[in-house]
Structures are given as structure tokens and as C-alpha cells.
Design a protein. Structure first.
Length: 108
């Protein structure tokens, strides 16, 4: 009985370690398909479309000091030339993108 419980706990711990990594991979892939065309792969906004539309640099202190709620609202509703993604992405996908924007801010 004890070995069975140990195996279940080991699997649970393994899943807890793997799930965030898988979510991060999904968010990175989603960012590349939905955001990178304007905000660039590195988040700088230094793409042809980003320059044309005035996309913000996600790595900048201005963006990084925004709250997750503020970034979520902009992603959902859109702002300036950026369209809203409320009908295109799930709440979990948007939450993942906000987390990925935080990662980009650490890479500058």
C-alpha cells in the first residue's frame, strides 16, 4: 500500500513540474502566431508591421510596470491599432500571453 501511495505522489509531483513548462511552450507558440508579427519575436516591436502600427516594446519598463489586469484588458479589448482578442482567445490563453510578456521583459 505504501509503495502505491509513493508512486501516485511521484506522478503528481512530476505532473506539477511538467505542466507549467508545457503551458509556457504553448504560450510561446501562441505569441509567435498572434503577437510576433507586430511585437517581434523578442517583444521589441521592431518589426515592419510593429513600426507601421506603433507597437509597444513589451520589454520596456513602461509595459513591464503595468499590472497583469491592465495587460489582460488591453489584450481582450484592444488598444489603438491593436485589435481585441476576446473572441479569438480563451481566458487561459490570454493569461498565458501575459505571463509570456513578463518573460520577454526579463530578457532585455
Amino acid at each position: 500500500m505504501n509503495s502505491w501511495l509513493v508512486r501516485i505522489l511521484a506522478v503528481a509531483v512530476l505532473l506539477m513540474m511538467v505542466a507549467p513548462a508545457a503551458l509556457a511552450d504553448d504560450s510561446a507558440a501562441l505569441y509567435k502566431t498572434k503577437c510576433a508579427v507586430c511585437h517581434s519575436a523578442d517583444g521589441s516591436g521592431d518589426s515592419a508591421m510593429g513600426k507601421k502600427t506603433g507597437a509597444h516594446d513589451f520589454r520596456s519598463p513602461e509595459i513591464q510596470k503595468m499590472t497583469d489586469a491592465e495587460l489582460t484588458e488591453i489584450t481582450v479589448k484592444g488598444k489603438n491599432k491593436m485589435p481585441g482578442y476576446d473572441k479569438k482567445l480563451t481566458a487561459d490563453e490570454i493569461k498565458g500571453l501575459v505571463a509570456y510578456i513578463r518573460v520577454l521583459g526579463k530578457k532585455k
